[in-house]
Design a protein around this ligand. Sequence first.
Ligand SMILES: Nc1ncnc2c1ncn2[C@@H]1O[C@H](COP(=O)(O)OP(=O)(O)O)[C@@H](O)[C@H]1O
Ligand code: SF4
Ligand SMILES: [Mg+2]
Length: 358
Amino acid sequence: MPDAGAGAAGTALDPAGPLLVVEDLKVHFPIRRGVLFDRTVGHVYAVDGVSLSVQRGETYGLVGESGCGKSTLGRAILRLTEPTSGSVWFDGVDVAAMGTGELRRERRRMQMVFQDPLSSLDPRQSVESILVEGMKAHDLAGSAAETNRRLRQLLAAVGLPGSSLAKYPHEFSGGQRQRIGIARALTVDPDLIVADEPVSALDVSVQAQVVNLLEDLQRELGLTYLVIAHDLAVVRHIADRVGVMYLGALVEETTSEALYAEPLHPYSRALLSAVPVPDPVVEDSRERILLTGDLPSPANPPTGCRFHTRCPWRQPTRCDDERPELVEHRPGHKVACHWVDGIASGEITPRSENVDVL
Ligand SMILES: Nc1ncnc2c1ncn2[C@@H]1O[C@H](COP(=O)(O)OP(=O)(O)O)[C@@H](O)[C@H]1O
Ligand code: SF4
Ligand SMILES: [Mg+2]
């Protein structure tokens, strides 16, 4: 692994190094037009230069509005979507350089849990057949009796009775189906789980149960998680570190505590200002940062800072012209904004029309 890949994310603390290192990863989808000739008329810059690393046993939360490229990033890490450029190192091995055979073997160690358990579970397959499939694909299925015992163990680990094996996905509630999705990921004994909006399709009352299950399993099995969510509350609870994504790139990355205590990027500030505070005194004097305008199209991202078309702190003309890099402004706290210090000190204030005092 190259030195740059080790990054500043704490390798000195962990002699074994990070489990996952992503370097300048890009996924650009071609936009094709034409009836006779299939012409490429542009690209959707879904992921446009993301670098991050995840330590063993860590939970990295990835948040951002719908369409900012979270799922594409997750899929590109597992090479379910082919990256345009950049690299992904999994346990020191370059995923992009893996041949089909090696990729198939390594996939066992990197599993994905999807948002909508109903559409990701084949309705015509029993739970037993869904669970056995991955084990067979990786030659992990033993004798019928051994496999049955293993499946019952897995179901118990995700809080479902052994009798579930003979049932079909539609016979379960949304929360139970997500438990089956998690059990399916666990059948092959993975090291990394990329969970893409694992609780977004579930009732709020069930969300916490599934999040708690993921945490329990992590403790018991030593799993490493990349948890993707558009909901900051979900990530706050589960993540050790959080990356905030906007239009295909990270704009801020730090520990969950630091992000929620003091978000430094204007976009994170706006997102967090929309979350109510439990303390009534704080809540009453809270300022809400309003974002105007829609998320620009990733096919035509703004020049300079990608957030400049919506940023209440935008300054002429550097924000429009120069793309800020994600750099460490406080220990372990990276931000991509030219004016972090002035904004944090209050020297640079947001435009008043973007501030709503509650
Ligand atoms: N296979 C694809 N082909 C073309 N565009 C895609 C494809 N998958 C995703 N996109 C586009 O890439 C952008 C990011 O999508 P996605 O990664 O799904 O975002 P998120 O998960 O954050 O909602 C969106 O504009 C989406 O329409
Ligand atoms: S660089 Fe400028 S436009 Fe971008 S977030 Fe910072 S202040 Fe806002
Ligand atoms: Mg998504």
